[in-house]
Design a protein around this ligand. Structure first.
Ligand code: SF4
Length: 418
């Protein structure tokens, strides 16, 4: 038996309720209220769930450090389907996050057989798009980051093949390089904390990527030397695999604490202060002090043709540099929620929730909630025909792409410096 949520599976149909119930993903609405400003991807139900996002929301509100990270596999040119995660990362950077972007060239090479040269060429396009959207922070190629590779090796000491088989369905024929690329992704997610110090880290992903998040959280936990446990009547710092000197240092740091075999009782001290001090002690003794990474989960925009959006189905999406003619053709041929005849459309109105054109506006092309609500009203009342609606949407797409391309051209040097 292996997980049905396999990031490399072609079938990305994900049962949201089952994921919530089975794997403990929480709905995002509650935690979004902690944010000073709720982004459109949360208001509009695109990001639906999270793990431990409260740590990040609090960091945003209190202006304390946090990291935001994503990775892109350069197996082809970036397209519409990559835009959501890019916007989520840029939004978090604007809220004060330290931005990190990994180009997962090792994964593209190992899993998809992409040449290193092509990885570089495609990777540059992802980075150009990110910078054009306003990204600031660090970017790297997995294959050129030696500290990342060392971290991946360390992480690999905490994962065995039966876990990989359970999560990804690895079998006797699976290439070892698949395992290396999995552990490299684990290291990607933890890398910001190695590079800039332990802090809450947000990884915005699609729901299908949850197995990577769970694996990484497990590794981060196993790499910790201590746990801080609040048992109601007492708080203790418990050694998992800490050297004896580190346990001794915990005892010395907290006057009045009591040291026992394998743990130090710190009852009466504020837990947050204990956690911070213990992280520093860990790092001083060769550990990492990692926070378990937090994640948010977004649903997928359907393809323009109504099926799944995928690089292997050209009509489902468009690239950022695709010709105007081709984009016009795709938008004008998109599947709508319109009725069979104009008369019916006027009488019954359209069905925006079943319409790729509406969803294109909801995901990306209409930033203003009032304008989006107006589009919905005009559709449902039958005031708007699908032909007119597509024309208006096409104009928005063209304006968006023209601005994006200008910016991508102007930030080319940043993508080249990586
Ligand atoms: Fe979709 Fe627009 Fe037609 Fe409504 S009017 S169904 S939003 S294309």
């Amino acid at each position: 038996m292996h997980s049905e949520v396999n990031p490399w599976s072609n079938n990305q149909t994900v049962d949201v309720d089952r994921l919530f119930a089975e794997f403990g993903i929480e709905p995002v609405s509650e935690v979004a209220r902690r944010l000073p400003e709720v982004p459109s991807f949360m208001r509009r139900g695109i990001v639906v769930g999270h793990r431990d996002y409260n740590l990040v929301a609090d960091a945003i509100r209190n202006r304390t450090p946090f990291h935001v990270l994503t990775g892109f596999m350069p197996s082809g040119l970036p397209h519409l389907g990559h835009l959501m995660v890019m916007k989520e990362v840029v939004w978090h950077v604007r809220q004060g996050g330290n931005g990190y972007v990994a180009v997962a060239d090792r994964e593209a090479h190992a899993v998809r057989g992409i040449s290193w040269e092509k990885c570089r060429e495609y990777g540059k396009e992802y980075l150009k798009a990110l910078y054009a959207l306003g990204f600031e922070g660090k970017t790297y190629y997995q294959s050129r980051n030696d500290r990342l590779k060392d971290l991946a090796f360390e992480a690999s000491t905490k994962v065995n093949f039966s876990e990989l088989a359970a999560i990804y369905g690895f079998g006797p024929e699976t290439s070892l390089s698949h395992a290396v690329s999995v552990i490299t992704q684990v290291a990607d997610i933890l890398f910001p904390q190695l590079d800039a110090g332990p802090a809450p880290t947000i990884v915005p992903v699609g729901l299908d990527q949850d197995p990577h998040i769970r694996l990484t959280r497990d590794v981060a936990y196993k790499l910790r030397q201590f746990t801080v446990e609040d048992r109601g009547d007492h708080i203790s710092v418990r050694s998992k695999n800490a050297p004896e000197e580190a346990l001794e240092a915990v005892h010395r740091t907290f006057p009045g604490s009591k040291k026992y075999a394998g743990h130090v009782d710190v009852t009466g001290l504020p837990q947050a202060r204990v956690e911070d001090a213990v992280r520093e002690i860990e790092i001083a003794h060769g550990g990492f002090g990692f926070y378990l990474p937090s994640s948010t989960y977004h649903i997928f925009m359907p393809g323009l043709q109504g099926g799944k959006m995928s690089s292997s189905v050209p009509e489902s999406s468009f690239g950022f540099y695709e010709s105007d003619k081709s984009i016009r053709k795709k938008v004008m041929a998109a599947k709508t929620g319109g009725r069979m005849t104009l008369e019916e459309q006027k009488r019954l109105g359209g069905e925006p929730d079943a319409c790729s054109v509406y969803l294109l506006n909801l995901f990306h092309m209409l930033e203003d909630d009032v304008e989006l609500a107006d589009l919905r009203r005009r559709c449902e009342s039958g005031e708007l025909t699908c032909g007119q609606c597509k024309k208006e949407t096409l104009e928005r797409v063209q304006a968006f792409l023209s601005e994006l391309r200008d910016k991508m051209d102007s930030v080319e040097h940043l993508a080249e410096e990586v």
